[in-house]
Ligand binder design. Structure first.
Ligand code: AMP
Ligand code: GLY
Length: 419
């Protein structure tokens, strides 16, 4: 598909980016990997480069200086800031949508508008700019109330609650900081994350995953960026992926192309399987975190080639992805206080021991090296990934790895992938 010495720059420093670096390092056609700024977990497989991820010119100049053939943008903030536009403007292939197309994640109201125009099934919602509109929407949709901030909020801008005062307080706080919001109908049913490679025209799905978004066991506590996940979904209807491709991803990609803002990169379809059928809960414009950590290890196709084909409009030639037939589970270790106010700086032990277990590996998210040990530096600290023949086997391995790791006050859920 392309030369045998492709150099890739991965932008970001979280668990998702570590999982991407790990996957890229297993593609024999990827000769060199750089990470901006990366994290200690990537240091073996990638050369870490310091600097800003959200300054489009800086990222483009760095890509030129490093002589890379492909830039893979992990998080949403650089995409919304226009990093992909700048990289492509510099003549380098970029996996990630333009700032215009990234609005599918950057604005809940824009995403709703596109879904309605494309006929994509989603929750009915109302864009509100003042409290009286919120009150009308609450009366219209009833409980549970769903209130979503209209901007990037790292998975924490959404409140779903039966408590009218709490829903109103969330809305008031958003208005107080000058924002707007969407109130929408509550969607009942299991959630599924389906990632789709999109080259502006063609769509190639990955394998579905499920994310555990609440902080505590039993799906209790506040929403987080995600506390663990698993893939595949043994209970999912066999036609789920083709149905989502045909009714969600393809119409969305067509609508974005029609608007002159083609979508190139990864369309993350966050779905609810309701009694009335599949509905979109949210779009993201990048790989999910922590789902990437369980989807990528199951991929049998070369990741670098798949991302390069996406970035260069060649998905039709690339064709479908191949899968190993294994399962993977990841469990997130979070800092004390996460997600409300994470306390960082705690010493982490046991990572090497967990990594040494068979079919277990540790993905770093918020870690940093201090002398000869690791300390926590973010809300979500690391993910322990287990692989196996079944979800249950993978789950046992992930928890066996987690049992070896310590972080004072750190917490993780004990019911990830308990089916
Ligand atoms: P979002 O940022 O839109 O993905 O929302 C974060 C989480 O809030 C989702 O993963 C769901 O668990 C929940 N959520 C969002 N919208 C709805 C909805 N309309 N009905 C039920 N739950 C929702
Ligand atoms: N796991 C949810 C997200 O990546 O947004």
């Amino acid at each position: 598909m392309y030369g045998s010495s492709v150099k890739v720059l991965v932008v970001g420093n979280g668990g998702r980016e570590h999982a991407l670096v790990r996957g890229l390092s297993l593609d024999p056609q990827v000769s060199e990997i750089f990470a901006l700024p990366g994290n200690p977990g990537m240091a073996g497989a990638a050369t870490l480069v310091a600097g800003s991820t959200t300054d489009p010119d800086y990222v483009a100049e760095t890509a030129i200086e490093l002589g890379v053939d492909l830039v893979v943008v992990g998080p949403e903030a650089p995409l919304v800031a226009g990093v992909a536009d700048a990289v492509r403007g510099a003549g380098i292939a970029c996996f990630g949508p333009s700032a215009q197309a990234a609005r599918l994640e950057g604005s809940k109201a824009f995403a709703k508008e596109v879904m309605v125009a494309a006929g994509v099934p989603t929750a009915t919602g109302v864009h509100c700019r003042e409290m009286s509109q919120v009150e009308d929407a609450f009366a219209r949709f009833g409980t549970p109330y769903v209130v979503k901030e209209d901007g990037l909020a790292a998975g924490k801008g959404v409140v779903v609650t039966d408590n009218e005062d709490a829903a109103r307080a969330h809305a008031a706080a958003i208005f107080a900081r000058g924002g707007s919001l969407v109130v929408e109908e509550f969607l009942d049913g299991p959630e599924v994350s389906l990632f789709c490679l999109c080259d502006g025209e063609n769509v190639v799905p990955l394998s579905p995953a499920q994310d555990f978004k609440r902080a505590l066991d039993g799906n209790d506590g506040p929403n987080t960026g995600g506390m663990g996940s698993y893939s595949p979904l043994p209970w999912a209807p066999p036609d789920l992926v083709s149905q989502v491709v045909n009714t969600v991803a393809v119409p969305t990609v067509q609508e974005m192309a029609r608007r002159g803002t083609p979508f190139v990169g990864l369309l993350y379809c966050g779905l609810a399987l309701t009694s009335k059928g599949v509905r979109v809960v949210e779009f993201n414009v990048r790989f999910g975190d922590p789902e990437t950590q369980v989807v990528i290890p199951r991929l049998a196709s070369p990741l670098g080639q798949a991302l390069f084909a996406t970035a260069t409009g060649k998905l039709a030639d690339f064709g479908d992805l191949q899968w190993k037939g294994t399962a993977a589970v990841d469990v997130i270790l979070a800092s004390p206080g996460y997600p409300q106010s994470a306390q960082t700086g705690g010493k982490i032990t046991g990572v090497t021991q967990a990594d040494a277990l068979e079919n277990v590996h540790v993905i770093h998210a918020g870690t940093k090296r201090e002398g000869d040990h690791l300390v926590s530096s973010g809300g979500r600290v690391l993910a322990v990934v287990g692989e196996g023949a079944t979800v249950e086997q993978a789950r046992q391995r992930a928890y066996a790895g987690m049992a070896l790791i310590t972080l004072e006050g750190g917490h993780y859920r004990t019911d990830i992938a308990q089916l």
